[in-house]
Design a protein around this ligand. Sequence first.
Ligand code: FE2
Length: 426
Amino acid sequence: MHDLLVAGGTLPNGEIADIAVKGGKIVAVGRGIAVEARETIDASGLLVSPPFVDPHFHMDATLSYGIPRINGSGTLLEGIALWGELKKILTHEAVAERALEYCDWAVSMGLLAIRSHVDVCDERLLAVDALVEVRERVAGYIDLQLVAFPQDGLYRSAGARDNLIRALDRGVDVVGGIPHFERTMEDGRRSVTDLCEIAEQRGLLVDIHCDETDDPMSRHIEQLAFETNRLGLNGRVAGSHLTSMHSMDNYYVSKLLPLIAEAEVSAISNPLINIVIQGRHDTYPKRRGLTRVPEMLKHGIRVGWGQDCCLDPWYSLGTADMLDVAFMGLHVAQMTSPADMRKCFEMVTADNAAILHLENYGLNPGCQASFVVLDANDPAEAVRLRAERILVVAKGNVVFRNPKRAPELSLPDRPGTIDRRRKYSP
Ligand code: FE2
């Protein structure tokens, strides 16, 4: 007896297939699978996708919007200052409670793996302990990966380096950093070397907030690619944000992109946040502040879309929906061709999963039975509609159900239901 059969759904590659689940794993995928299952769900006409993955988030700050006040200027720097005020009044319970509530939102959106940075510039490591606890509590349905993140600077903030090591000792998974926020360019460069060496010694992945600025001279990504190669960390390092690349000289970028590709450093772009935070010092023309996503893809660099923030000192919106993130990224990066739109969906699913090094991710037999059923015909339509999540299965269990809605028009001459889905052949 199987646990679950999801029948007749459309996979992201367009194939129609049934998916049979047993013991938390996908055991069969194909047409007309004849197995007995405790529950069978008809997914015909619906898109069945591996779950959404967020490669860049701040779960210690999430859902804190307005505490103790709102970011008036909307800038990164006021956000960091405001987070400093909030940090002083955080409690373990409040951080854990907000994080758990956010994880509920994530489940309802089919977002089942999240890489969250956690600030280690606090002697108490209160947020670290709270999120390590949350990681355990949600492990049955969400893969939460934690990054030791020295928000106020590895060297600029007293004790931050020791705290980062202590956080890693307490089980934080990934090494983080913020070179553009150190006191000098040289300190930033040294921090990248130091952090990569720590990761190499401990066998950990690296994810650095890198060049999150409009300053075209912020070039720490160059050092990150260099250290990745030198230490043999290829494929294990991500540069988050990389917004300075938006403003860099084209000639320099033409040298930089092959170096990033050679080192197999992944890029994580956070379009919701970059579009509202960058360019704040500009008049007009006002820069978009997004890194060069299509150009990096052309160079074979793995790029993910990340959410970064949700209702916190930096961002006053957010719903844990990675389709919102893909939608914004698609617009700002002008990725509007059918292939590019499909790519944007892949970036918030399979590509992000690869950045996190998630094991057994996907819809093949033997993969973990985690997937999401969406009210859409295909990936591009899912992005266009930010499609309704109909069903979410996590590690073999149905964790969210949303019976298909039938919204009705009540116009005098055009009564009836409305269907925003539309078949088209690009
Ligand atoms: Fe961030």
